[in-house]
Write a protein that binds this ligand. Structure first.
Ligand SMILES: *Cc1c(COP(=O)(O)O)cnc(C)c1O
Length: 394
């Protein structure tokens, strides 16, 4: 038996270097060793900064949080293991039994489920209202209303919320306005500049951008609310993996470029689709025929998003033929990837609704949502022209 102390010693001393790595080191360590109990006291009492245990916090999460904080003009945001964990940290970290919450009626599917099932089960009453209609939200207010949760651009109908109107309403009523900024991203819209109190992201989508991590982010303007969310997230174990954070940071370094490119391509692709026979309608916020065009122009200042929705003639058969013909594009229910992805709400995100409910939302069998990626615009035009023609017999 060898008695090689070096093979057991942890933490093993790192090689000395007067220079520092340019890339954030990946820190998978779950535990952090301290010198003495006194040193640990200093850390727990906040006299020195230090990590103890990864569920409580780790460097890779803090780096990602600081980067998104900077993009949003925020401080003290938390990174969570998914976008839904961030939504959960906001709702369960800040609300109590007896509170009332108003949610946008076109929220992301799992956020809607929290509104409809989970919060009521825990004694938190909820009402859904159209985020584009301030009067409808005002009518839903109750004395015990504590928070309003909306998204800026809805999925998949791409309707634009009246954030300025909602911020004024919430300010007057003393209610927190939480904005899920996943679709718009801080590149197109900064909720804090418009009076929001809380910002939420699914970092999984455009910010990380490569469909290889699941992460979320939440931040409040009020440090006390940030602390409440952080403590709840740590207690409930909503912690992100260091490797996911490391990958997300790498992805975020190219975020601005990716967003600008995908958005410009989406806008041009929307116009191209609108001219194709077999396409019934196209939805894109900067198009003059968008139902919220004026609000989108005022709120997003000419920015749109990387998402385009459109409806094909011909129902499910045409939809099947379309995804088969568009074989270069992933038919997959995500968004914000470097590659263009297609989503068909009737068979995925909105499959739990009845055909009548989907029709009321304008989500028929021919409806597709496109998350535009970084491909060449000309190549995308060719794919869509061919696939629409094959699907609709053009
Ligand atoms: C995807 C998404 C979420 C949930 O994020 P996950 O990272 O998948 O948990 C929340 N809100 C919006 C708008 C999303 O698109």
């Amino acid at each position: 038996m060898r008695n090689d102390r070096g093979s057991l010693m942890r933490p093993f001393p790192l090689p000395e270097s007067a220079s520092r790595p340019v890339v954030t080191p990946l820190s998978p360590s779950v535990v952090y060793a301290s010198d003495t109990p006194d040193a640990l006291d200093a850390q727990y009492e906040g006299r020195v900064q230090g990590y103890t245990y990864a569920r409580e916090g780790h460097p890779n999460a803090d780096v990602v949080a600081a980067r998104i904080d900077a993009m949003e003009g925020a401080t003290g945001g938390i990174v969570t293991g998914s976008g839904m964990a961030a939504v959960t940290a906001v709702l369960l970290g800040l609300l109590r039994s007896g509170d009332h919450v108003i949610g946008g009626n076109q929220l992301y599917g799992r956020s809607l489920r929290q509104m409809k099932e989970d919060l009521p089960r825990l004694g938190i009453a909820t009402t859904l209202a159209d985020a584009g209609d301030v009067d409808a939200v005002r009518a839903a207010l109750r004395p015990e209303t504590r928070l309003v949760l909306v998204e800026v651009v809805s999925n998949p109908a791409l309707r634009v919320a009246d954030i300025d109107g909602l911020a004024a309403l919430c300010r007057n009523a003393g209610v927190l306005l939480a904005v899920d900024n996943t679709f718009t991203t801080p590149r197109a819209f900064r909720p804090f500049d418009h009076g929001a109190d809380i910002v939420i992201h699914s970092v999984t989508k455009l910010l990380a951008g490569h469909s290889d991590v699941t992460l979320g982010y939440a931040v409040a303007r009020d440090p006390a609310l940030n602390e409440a969310m952080r403590v709840f997230a740590v207690t409930a174990g909503l912690t992100p993996s260091p490797f996911d954070c490391w990958l997300a940071e790498r992805g975020m370094l190219s975020f601005d470029l990716r967003f600008d490119r995908a958005q410009a391509t989406a806008e041009a692709l929307a116009d191209h689709l609108a001219g194709l026979p077999g396409v019934k309608r196209v939805i894109y916020p900067t198009r003059p025929d968008h139902p919220d065009h004026a609000r989108a122009a005022a709120l997003l200042q000419g920015q749109g998003c990387n998402m385009v929705s459109f409806e094909l003639d011909g129902g499910r058969a045409a939809a099947n033929a379309f995804t088969r013909a568009a074989e270069e594009l992933a038919f997959a229910p995500t968004l914000g990837d470097v590659g263009t992805t297609l989503s068909h709400p009737a068979s995925s995100s909105h499959r739990a609704l009845s055909a009548e409910e989907r029709a009321a939302l304008g989500l028929g069998e021919g409806f597709f949502r496109v998350s535009v990626g970084l491909e060449d615009l000309e190549a995308l035009r060719e794919v869509f022209t061919r696939a629409v023609a094959e699907a609709t017999g053009g």
